[in-house]
Design a protein. Structure first.
Lengths: 355, 257, 219
């Protein structure tokens, strides 16, 4: 399939996506929109985690930390000064946050950049670690961020958190950012630098001997991953309009990890599916708590049953689909064409061969 | 002008001395062999030259430049490439990718132009692709280009690892037991392969081997190590008749007239 | 043991991360099950009067629970060290962790040994839980999250695969946390952050933990 055709299809798909977003924004109720928005944000989070873990092979559990940084930065930049004065009741907000205010997109960019900067500072020493040790170190980092947020009320309003963040995130933003994230990260993966990252994943020593600078590539991947996590954090803050340190406990990173593993490490397509599946499942299991009937058996209303069922379902999927939903396959126009040709063998082409 | 000057290096790991006072000078175009019983310290020498270990005492020079302790990726940039005793391929990547990665260190385009696919990057990528296919064709691996590297038969994997090393454009190629696990037919092919690439790519080759056919067959100069020390150096005939060498391989009571 | 058979065994050949997710999934499942069965309201732990006494040494007053914790821990840890380092089962465990296939070839019953390991581990965790409950008598389903995390950190700090190391790690972590709060009460909100910071520092200086084996990859 020619490169021009592929580009054409991609543009067409984006247009279709745009139409779908328009229709959704104008016709769906707030509840459904909330789930779709969360799904899109999880796509950004999942794809960025996939970059550092699935593609570069570095087991980073620090994603929630970068999200938190992004969320707080965006919230602080996007709220008007008088409002900030009002809600910072523990301790007055420190300058310069009292006077700065920025438009949404600037806030998002700055969130991402700050997260990336922190990633570089943390990554330089920490990325020397391997496997489980790296996992705990990054987990420790994320927890440290959360605990600091809890303890500096003059910047974050401490345990009270920040409420009333304007609801700037809508499907245009969340899906837009998700598409941009996929574009950039795919662009990175399908390049010589991407090959270098995967080489690091496959065999670090071999990669180094072939001339790949381990520190540069690992930190670069970590920083880009953190950038998008930070932006996602900002989107998150402006979606649920309240942020407090408890939102960024390990559970958050774990959720993103589930999405990535479920979709398949190293498969961006898988992450997209898994992100939405995860959020839909979590929501649509809610009715279980109200009690229901399976034939003659009456199951009474039990609060908390939702999470029990969710954990059980998760375990089932992990156990029986060990390579993730997509089995590591990536979507491509070529692959789709091949798939369609298999199902609908073209009469024309077979006649052509017979002649 | 010598290409490589290993200047009397010693390697100690805590209390254990793995290599003692190893000296070697290699001139451009040579094919030098390093042999010795297992555990003699041969791979340690390779590891020191390629920056994985830093010699405890003294230095290594390449083209008159001090490369002691420089990290492996910079060593590759300077022009030294190597293969490993237990093949280190990027198993889940394709054969083609394994070769293309060898060209990464010479990439001139920066990260942004690679991600955003600027014309200067696209041109470089096409050139890399082209050169990689050429290399694969030269060793008859081109038909496997889209297979996962880990799925190749053993002999082909070894060839692939050598080809990947060639992609980095080295002046000095270090081969660590390239004939390991090969049958006599494959070994013969390997010997002519090594000589062919030396001519085609203008290489200097330094290899470690246990297979005496290979060593005596293609190496003009051979060093013998035992317990971290060089016990003999010379051409194949000299080495074969050296009593120290015979003792090291066969034991004190061996009688070779 | 049940969780091992249902949730961990099928994943033996899966990428390692799946096992982590499965394990955490099990822990969430159990915790949420507890919420369903026992409801989320904190309950108080039954303490026999023996444990409520306070013993005095001159000017120092120590709760008897402290003694109980130390004595019980010491007993169980000694038993554990004996099992792991001096019995055949323990040898089997250690060999499985080195090379699972070769262990099988050496007639080690891998499945049974792994099951036993989980049983011992969970039993010890339960003992730890009881000791914890004696000290902090308020019980609620999610009480194990932080201690569980700190236990994992203690194991890593001490060196994975090293039991005396884990012991040392746990002791070290506990002492540091208390000393930190004692000497810097103003920063007590940061106590957990302090633990993590120590963890990161230790990992950077001694990547395999305090007593960890430095198993270098052969190049």
């Amino acid at each position: 399939m020619k490169k021009q055709n592929e580009k054409l299809f991609t543009i067409l798909a984006l247009i279709v996506l745009g139409i779908l977003v328009y229709l959704a924004e104008n016709n769906l109720d707030a509840y459904k929109l909330r789930i779709l928005n969360l799904g899109a944000i999880y796509v950004t989070l999942g794809v960025s985690l996939n970059l550092i873990y699935g593609f570069t092979g570095q087991f980073s559990l620090g994603h929630a930390g970068f999200m938190a940084i992004g969320a707080y930065v965006t919230a602080l930049l996007v709220l008007p000064s008088y409002y900030k004065e009002m809600i910072f009741i523990l301790e007055p907000l420190v300058w310069p946050f009292t006077v700065i205010q920025a438009p949404f997109i600037v806030a998002l960019l700055l969130s991402g950049l700050l997260a990336a900067l922190v990633a570089i500072l943390v990554g330089l020493p920490v990325l020397r670690l391997k496997g489980d040790y790296l996992g705990i170190a990054t987990l420790g980092f994320a927890e440290i961020v959360r605990i600091i947020a809890n303890n500096i009320p003059q910047v974050t309003n401490g345990a009270l958190g920040i409420k009333g963040v304007p609801e700037f995130s809508n499907l245009w933003w969340t899906v837009g950012v998700a598409v941009f994230t996929i574009y950039i990260i795919k662009g990175l993966i399908n390049s010589s630098y991407g090959r270098a990252l995967m080489a690091i994943r496959e065999n670090e020593i071999a990669a180094e001997v072939i001339g790949v600078n381990l520190t540069y590539h690992k930190v670069m991947s970590f920083a880009i991953s953190a950038f998008f996590a930070g932006v996602a954090g900002g989107l998150f803050a402006c979606l649920i309009t309240t942020i407090d340190p408890r939102a960024f406990m390990f559970v958050m990173t774990f959720n993103i990890l589930i999405v990535v593993v479920l979709g398949g490490l190293g498969s961006i397509t898988g992450t997209v599916f898994a992100a939405f599946l995860f959020n839909f499942a979590l929501e649509y299991l809610r009715p279980i708590e109200a009690g229901f009937n399976i034939g003659p058996i009456i199951i009474p209303a039990i609060p908390g049953l939702r999470m029990v069922t969710f954990s059980a379902l998760l375990l089932i999927v992990i156990l029986y689909m060990q390579n993730g939903l997509m089995g590591g396959i990536e979507f491509s126009w070529k692959g789709l064409a091949r798939f369609i040709r298999k199902i609908f063998p073209n009469k024309k082409s077979s006649e052509g061969n017979a002649r | 002008m010598e290409l490589l000057n290993v200047d009397n290096i010693t390697m100690k790991f805590g209390g254990l001395t793995a290599v003692s006072n190893f000296k070697l000078k290699i001139s451009p175009g040579e094919l030098v062999g390093l042999i010795g019983p297992n555990g003699a310290g041969k791979t340690t020498i390779f590891n020191m030259i390629t920056g994985i270990y830093t010699p405890t005492i003294n230095k290594i020079y390449f083209q008159d430049r001090d490369i002691t302790g420089i990290k492996p990726d910079k060593i590759a940039k300077v022009g030294i490439a190597r293969t490993f005793q237990n093949i280190r391929l990027l198993e889940n990547l394709t054969v083609l990718d394994n070769v293309m990665i060898g060209f990464h260190l010479h990439l001139k385009s920066n990260l942004a132009s690679a991600i955003l696919k600027f014309p200067n990057y696209v041109r470089e990528e096409e050139s890399i692709h082209h050169k990689s296919i050429e290399l694969l064709e030269k060793v008859e691996l081109e038909k496997f280009k889209l297979e996962k590297a880990g799925s190749l038969p053993y002999g082909q994997q070894r060839k692939l690892e050598i080809v990947r090393a060639l992609a980095t454009g080295p002046k000095l190629l270090l081969l660590d037991e390239p004939a390991a696990g090969m049958n006599p037919q494959e070994t013969k092919e390997l010997m002519s392969f090594i000589q062919k690439i030396q001519d085609n790519f203008n290489l200097t080759i330094f290899l470690i081997e246990h297979d005496m056919k290979v060593v005596m067959g293609i190496c003009k100069r051979i060093l013998v190590m035992d317990y971290g020390v060089t016990i003999a150096e010379g051409n194949p005939a000299e080495i074969q008749n050296n009593p120290e060498v015979i003792k090291a391989y066969l034991g004190v009571d061996a009688n070779y007239a | 043991m049940l969780s091992e058979r249902i949730a961990y065994r099928p994943l033996r050949n899966a990428p390692r991360i799946s096992v982590l997710i499965s394990a955490i999934g099990v822990s969430f499942f159990l915790q949420n099950l507890a919420i369903v069965i026992f409801s989320g309201i904190p309950k108080s732990f039954f303490r026999p009067t023996f444990f409520k006494k306070i013993i005095q040494f001159g000017d120092i007053r120590i709760q008897s629970t402290l003694f109980a914790s130390v004595v019980v821990s010491a007993i169980f840890l000694t038993i554990l060290i004996y099992i792991v380092y001096r019995t055949k089962t323990g040898l089997a465990m250690r060999s499985i962790s080195t090379d699972i296939e070769t262990s099988r070839l050496m007639a080690v019953n891998v499945d049974k040994t792994i099951s036993i390991t989980f049983v011992i581990g969970s039993a010890l965790a339960a003992v730890g839980g009881i000791l914890w409950g004696l000290r902090f008598p308020q019980l609620f389903p999610l009480m194990g999250m932080m201690p569980g995390l700190k236990a994992f950190i203690a194991a890593v700090v001490g060196g994975i695969g090293n039991i005396p190391g884990a012991m040392l790690g746990g002791l070290f972590l506990g002492m540091s946390e208390i000393l930190f709060v004692a000497f810097l009460p103003a920063l007590s909100g940061y106590r957990d952050a302090f633990i993590f910071a120590i963890l990161i520092l230790i990992l950077l200086l001694k990547p395999d933990g305090i007593l960890g084996k430095n198993v270098q990859e052969k190049v």
